[in-house]
Design a protein around this ligand. Structure first.
Ligand SMILES: O=P(O)(O)O[C@H]1[C@H](OP(=O)(O)O)[C@@H](OP(=O)(O)O)[C@H](O)[C@@H](O)[C@H]1OP(=O)(O)O
Length: 471
């Protein structure tokens, strides 16, 4: 059908900004998986090479960040401030500056506020098709119609619409007509559906989706995180120090020199807005905009580090509560896999073959941190930018739009269940697990995380005056 027909695309490398690989959470999924630039539906089935032909996939949990979105209102205001500087104060002979001053228009408006764009719709549709190719026995029309595929989403519009897009990718793939998905809360759905023409179907058993912010926006619900980190400027002191430090100052002064404006005009936020304009023009409109001319790779690496520093201290290893806030999601995932393991062992129908959970970068990063992924030997600080040049904690590689953590549970016979983690459709290994294979035994994974499985109680961890651990 439509969106599948023209999926073979060719992207002219010349249109890709040299700094596109440094766009952090504003980066495209294609920069993390460049093979998709030629064929957006390409998959590499060899990554699922099970240790034995007996292995049979019995469950998939997919925790997915929403697709490409508009800038948030906060960023749009900063972009407008930069645009005014370029229009009214900047001077120079550069052709790209002339283009910015005479042709480019500030088309972002505050009401856009992070909403999903068409590119984001397509990303989730294409991801759904690729996952159906990777896991045909789990993501199948039969499983969808039978209600064995469940959907959970954050209440944010970009996540709800990403969930709808993922489903649309499947219904269009299988040419399931009339299955208009309406995100409704239970009783309201029943009430309104009786009034709607038959072509409209509410969320019926086959599209068992739920809006669940306790799971997908846990960071809003964890009181200790909100008080001690989210609303506490001293929790991100290292970030503020770096923004005032020598590396960032050089970048800001260079921009001021290029635009021929006073150094005081190019604050950190203005410089970041210029970087974001290059990133959003590329992600949303697939163009290399004149804004990209303000940065070379060295500049981009500095701004990338400033963003990683913020994510490290707000969502990553900087504070223990950042990852402990995701305990509720951690237990949700493992309890569902335990339930599947029991049903499988008893020879019962696995009632939840696939769970698709759509959230934010702020949903995925704390969970990845809790599981120990991308933990460097040294913390990211305001003074070790150079030493961290090869850090593993790099959101440009982890968290593009539509980033996804996949957990695939397989029955390999003889009572052996195996659990394979994939990040952005690439195999990863659970950090610190003795078995470095791509499909470790599920029981070894449970043993590895037993302290978290037996503890990591969301209510306990998130209470404001948490009692010290029992001695
Ligand atoms: O810098 P912005 O305003 O874009 O930050 C957004 C978050 O975007 P991200 O930093 O992840 O690119 C946004 O996360 P998302 O995954 O939903 O895009 C988050 O929901 C939003 O609140 C902003 O985060 P902040 O920490 O509140 O600035």
């Amino acid at each position: 059908s439509g969106f599948l027909s023209n999926y073979v695309t060719f992207e002219d490398e010349a249109n890709i900004p040299a700094i596109a690989k440094y766009f952090n959470t504003k980066g495209r999924y294609e920069e993390v998986n460049p093979y998709l630039r030629e064929d957006i539906l390409a998959v590499n089935r060899s990554i699922l090479q099970p240790p034995s032909a007996e292995c049979r996939q019995i469950h998939l949990t997919a925790i997915i960040r929403h697709g490409t979105r508009y800038p948030t209102t906060k960023n749009i205001k900063e972009m407008q401030q930069l645009y005014n500087i370029v229009l009214h104060n900047a001077s120079g002979e550069q052709s790209w500056l002339h283009e910015l001053q005479t042709q480019w228009r500030m088309w972002y408006t505050e009401d856009m506020d992070g909403r999903l764009v068409q590119k984001g719709v397509n990303e989730l549709k294409h991801l759904a098709v690729r996952l159906s190719k990777l896991f045909p026995s789990l993501i199948s029309e039969e499983k969808l119609r039978g209600g064995f595929i469940k959907f959970i989403t954050s209440s944010k519009h970009r996540c709800v619409n990403s969930t709808l897009s993922f489903k649309a990718g499947l219904t269009e793939l299988w040419d399931i007509k009339g299955m208009t998905m309406i995100i409704m809360m239970g009783p309201l759905c029943i009430a309104c559906c009786s009034l709607l023409p038959v072509a409209f179907l509410c969320a019926d058993v086959e599209f068992d989706h739920a809006v669940n912010d306790a799971l997908m926006r846990f960071f809003d619900k964890c009181t200790r995180f909100v008080e001690e980190v989210d609303n506490n400027p001293s929790a991100v002191t290292e970030v503020e120090k770096f923004k005032e430090g020598p590396e960032m100052r050089r970048v800001q002064q260079k921009i001021a020199d290029i635009l021929n404006v006073p150094y005081s005009s190019i604050t950190y936020d203005v410089a970041e807005a210029a970087f974001y304009l290059c990133a959003y023009e590329f992600a949303i409109r697939s163009v290399k905009s004149p804004w990209c001319e303000l940065f070379d790779e060295d500049d981009a690496k500095v701004i990338e580090y400033a963003s990683d520093l913020r994510e490290f201290w707000k969502r990553g290893y900087g504070h223990d509560i950042n990852s402990k806030a995701s305990c509720i999601l951690f237990h949700d995932v493992f309890s569902r896999m335990d339930k599947t393991a029991t049903q499988n062992k008893l020879g019962q129908q696995v009632t939840e073959a696939v769970t698709v959970q759509v959230g934010h970068a702020d949903t995925l990063l704390p969970l990845l941190t809790l599981l120990g992924f991308f933990n460097d030997s040294e913390p990211l600080t305001s003074t070790n930018y150079a030493a961290q040049a090869h850090r593993s904690f790099r959101t440009s590689h982890m968290l593009p739009y539509a980033a996804n953590l996949l957990l695939v549970l397989s029955d390999c016979g003889g009572g052996d269940l195996r659990l394979q983690p994939l990040l952005n459709e690439k195999p990863v290994t659970f950090p610190g697990l003795t078995d470095r294979s791509s499909m470790p035994l599920y029981r070894d994974v449970l043993e590895h995380y037993k302290d978290l499985l037996q503890g990591c109680d969301f209510e306990t961890e998130c209470q404001l005056f948490k009692q010290p651990a029992e001695v």
